[in-house]
Design a protein around this ligand. Sequence first.
Ligand code: GDP
Length: 296
Amino acid sequence: MVLAQLGGSISRAIQQMSNATIIDEKVLNDCLNEINRALLNADVQFQLVRNMQNNIKKIVNIEDLAAGHNKRRIIQQAIFNELCKMLDPGKPSFTPKKGKPSVIMFVGLQGSGKTTTCTKYAYYHQKKGWKPALVCADTFRAGAFDQLKQNATKAKIPFYGSYTESDPVRIAEEGVETFKKENCDLIIVDTSGRHKQEASLFEEMRQVSEATKPDLIVFVMDSSIGQAAFDQAQAFKQSVPVGAVIITKMDGHAKGGGALSAVAATKSPVIFIGTGEHMDEFEVFDVKPFVSRLLG
Ligand code: GDP
């Protein structure tokens, strides 16, 4: 994962700074500039990087550093806290409760890994004794229903969809109703992939959301989207109340900085990450261990 490179660059910048005999404003600035470069290279949005630099400068007292109080630890702690803050909007997402029906709607760009992630999310809960179900409200992409059906069948998860109905709002409503009657406790609605330029598809997504009244809307984002992450995530958040983020393809060559941007744009926490194409390549996301690992 290229994110490791980001961690490596940050650690090196801190190491270099703490090797300096005298730590003055210039040494600190050089260190922070080096860290900024690493973050920008990892596709973290420019504004976020600038905010982070300003926050660190406010927190780190240059006189403490000059006096030689464990410089490395002070800076490292400040960076750790800032990265955690970037990834933690400070408000946990809705957490479904076993035995009580919850509707979870998945949205995202086309190809982000939404359909795969819906099944992974269902499978993860099924293994823990939940009764999940999948609804395919993607009537836009040919083959979407077949893909969901295939995934669901493999995981032995009930599914709902239609080859003939073209109104996704209707399918979503009917699917949710059906599975509520069957006492499913996790009803997952997969929607069409769309981009912020496609206004009519965004309107349709809003209608699906209004009709199914989801308890949680999950924004699925491909970790390789890069600098476009912020704008796209923000467009989704402006149309529907996104409450959580899942980052996919963390096993690939993505630089990963888009994850930070998506959290900032949606003000929602990352709840899971996808680490492969298989159903069980899916991990719960925890901010602190993630950042610790990142900084080595
Ligand atoms: P959708 O268009 O958003 O529904 O995307 P799909 O679920 O069809 O996924 C698009 C492609 O990404 C498929 O080839 C998936 O197998 C792949 N994919 C999804 N999640 C992951 C992941 O976490 N890691 C990897 N390597 N591939 C993934």
